[in-house]
Structure formats: C-alpha cells, structure tokens
Design a protein around this ligand. Structure first.
Ligand code: ZN
Length: 168
C-alpha cells in the first residue's frame, strides 16, 4: 500500500464518519455497526499506509546520505596509472588500489578494489569485476611509490643476494 492508497483510505474514513454523523436513529443498530466496522477498516488501512510511507522515507534518506557521501568522495578522487581513479591521502596523492570504474559509473558508489591473486590484479568487493594490470600506490614514507616498485626492488635484492651467494 502506498501513500496514494493511504490518502484514499483516509478519505473513505472521513466520508464514513460523515455518514455516521448523519445516520438517523431509525436506521437501527445494524446499519450503524456496519458503518462503524467500515470506518475501522479504512482507518487500519490508513495506518498501514502511513507506516509503509515512513519506512520508504527512511530508506530514501539512507540512499540520499549514501549518494551525498559518494559524491563528496568522488570529488576527492585522483587520476592514476591506467586511467583509473584512486582515493587520495591528506596530501592529494593516490593511495591503494583504484576505485572500481563500473561501480562508480553504473551505481554511483565509490568502491575501492582489493588485491586479487597478485599485486598487479585487483577485484571489486561489490561487483566482483577484475582489473589487470593495476597499480597499488603505497602510503608516503614507505620508500616506494607503488607496491609494484617495492616488489621489484625486493626481487632485485633477493636476486643479487642469490647471485653473490653462488660465488661461495
Ligand atoms: Zn565494482
């Protein structure tokens, strides 16, 4: 039952109440009681419609809140490698994996993807789309701009350790 049906129920309750007021005593108890029963049904319908309308409003408020948040987050996104948008740290630098382009464009929600299988591949936790290759930006102060830089450096370090070890 929607708000229009609720208004309809209130209208019929009103007209029944008017009928009741105008009822001649000569109609007798039976007519009076039947009208009263109709009145109660109409009021119950109206109450139900109001309760549902209240729920609908609450869920719309939530949706507005979500969209407002997504909108303000969207304005702080920064463009990064591969044409992806990224969340930004306090200094406006891209951080972590990109936000899911599908969720952003189709659903208007800002959803940061997570690493999937290896560091160059990310998956959206909401729509499950997979993006590859992607860059993961590390927080400043870690010594590396991206997770991939860090992995390459670590790989090279372990290779040179392995190479120098083979001399012995
Ligand atoms: Zn997504």
């Amino acid at each position: 039952m929607d708000i229009v049906a609720g208004i309809g129920a209130v209208s019929s309750a009103l007209s029944i109440a008017q009928t009741l007021r105008g009822i001649d005593k000569s109609y007798g108890d039976a007519t009076y009681k039947a009208q009263l029963a109709e009145l109660i049904v109409a009021l119950a319908d109206a109450k139900l419609a109001m309760a549902e309308a209240k729920e609908n409003l609450a869920s719309k408020d939530k949706e507005i809140e979500r969209l407002t948040l997504a909108f303000s987050t969207k304005s702080s996104l920064v463009a990064g490698e591969g044409g992806y948008n990224y969340l930004a740290d306090a200094n406006g630098n891209a951080i972590g994996y990109p936000v899911c382009p599908k969720c952003e464009q189709v659903y208007g929600r800002i959803m940061q993807t997570k690493e999937h299988e290896h560091s160059g591949k990310a998956r959206c936790p909401a729509c499950s789309d997979i993006y590859s290759p992607v860059i993961c930006y590390l927080p400043q102060g870690t010594g590396y701009v991206t997770k991939q830089d860090k992995e390459t450096a670590e790989w090279n370090a372990s290779m040179s350790r392995a190479n120098s070890a083979s001399y012995y």
